[in-house]
Design a protein around this ligand. Structure first.
Ligand code: 13P
Length: 255
């Protein structure tokens, strides 16, 4: 079977509960088709996870994601949220290592390895983000930069743990800028990421990994980007806050 095609929303730190519920009511009122190998994932703020989870009951192939978790199991870490807590309320996915967390909260590749381990231990699926800043792209060293992110956070995992894993490639220069990577640039990096996994884990594992593109995805460009052979959907910020946009992005997934 073809690897999963995923349209993931990342609301980031936006919307009140009432606004979020209104957005979902609007989204669910629009016909979307999610086939057997397709999923929609809603990456929503911690306080709304339970409410949104309840709203999804009976819906097929729609899941919730937290946008972060803490790198320690439990204990005296005031204000943090553990993976076990997320598991206990039925969270399915956790977005890990978003560039905003790396930049503003100093998340390192090794801290992310700890977060990945906890997620896998508790049965939550990481959506592991990687991607280079503009200066690295301009220097032409983006491939080795992203490769290092993957090696330092993920290469301790077993082939079984990486089978059906989810990666999001988000070039920082394309996030919230309205400037997407071209579909050729996205395909080139996605193929590189897949080859990095293939070299270490073999083709079967590499081919099972869903690699999402993130960075100014919108209804108008989703079909072309998702149409690339190594692009398995998207991680969507701004456009996921508009029901019509995100519905059209869901409907742009490859069959
Ligand atoms: P935008 O879609 O707003 O560019 O954000 C992308 C992103 O960071 C998703 O995680």
């Amino acid at each position: 079977m073809m690897r999963k095609q995923i349209a993931a929303a990342n609301w980031k730190m936006n919307l009140t509960l009432a606004q979020g519920e209104a957005l979902l009511n609007d989204l669910f009122a629009i016909p979307t088709e999610l086939g057997e190998n397709q999923e929609a994932v809603l990456g929503i703020p911690f306080p709304y996870l339970t409410t949104v989870k309840d709203k999804l009951s009976g819906k097929q192939n729609i899941y919730i994601a937290a946008q972060n978790c803490y790198s320690k199991r439990s204990g005296a870490y005031t204000g943090e949220v553990s993976v076990e807590m997320l598991q206990s309320i039925g969270v399915d996915y956790v977005i890990l290592g978003h560039s905003e967390r790396r930049e503003y909260f100093n998340e390192s590749n090794s801290m992310l390895a700890d977060k990945v381990n906890l997620c896998l231990e508790f049965g939550l699926k990481p959506i592991f983000c990687c991607g280079e800043a503009l200066d690295i792209r301009e220097a032409g060293t983006q491939n080795s930069y992203v490769e290092t992110q993957l090696i330092e956070s993920l290469f301790h995992l077993t082939p079984e743990q990486l089978t059906n894993f989810v990666i999001a490639y988000e070039p920082i220069w394309a996030i919230g800028t309205g400037k997407t990577a071209s579909s050729e640039q996205a395909q080139e990096m996605h193929a590189h990421i897949r080859s990095v996994f293939a070299a270490k884990y073999g083709n079967a594992v590499a081919d099972s990994i869903s690699i999402l593109y993130g960075g100014s995805v919108k209804a108008a460009n989703a079909k072309e980007i998702f149409g690339q052979p190594d692009v398995d959907g998207g991680l969507v910020g701004g456009a996921s806050l508009i029901a019509e946009e995100f519905a059209a992005i869901i409907n742009s997934l490859k069959k």
